[in-house]
Ligand binder design. Sequence first.
Ligand code: 4NP
Length: 157
Amino acid sequence: MSAQSPVRILIVCLGNICRSPLAEGVLRAVVAETGRTGQFEIDSAGTGGWHAGSPPDPRSVAVAARNGIDISAQRCRRIEAADFETFDLILAMDRANLDDLLALAPDGLHAKVHMFLDYALGQDAEITDPYYGGADGFDRAYRIIREASLSLIGRFA
Ligand code: 4NP
């Protein structure tokens, strides 16, 4: 088998504190459990920078931990121009994130930007922000992110 460069995937939400850090951890876990470590590089970022340098929301850390995933060492960051060059795929959690990413993307790089659930599952749907809701919103987000992550890596040989 010839060595191939990894597929670089950046997952983006608004704050990089609830959804995308969870998705980063879940996607990384799915890659590891399917024996595909090394074939993917995964990171996350927010379109907003209010939480830069902070750990993920404790509710995201908790739902990840309940499912055997430690995301506590992640730190929030804002997307930067270089990310559009570095990553092969830039996946938005909701339509506002998608619009913001398309507005930020340099010329010629818009095709890297997709909705996460559309790209992974062919579903015209958002992963809505669980920030103002209860813990059940984080559990729901976890379940759909896991299903989508399994499907997403299945798209790559
Ligand atoms: P996220 O949720 O986009 O899933 O990280 C948010 C959390 C906090 C804020 C926005 C979004 N906020 O404005 O503080």
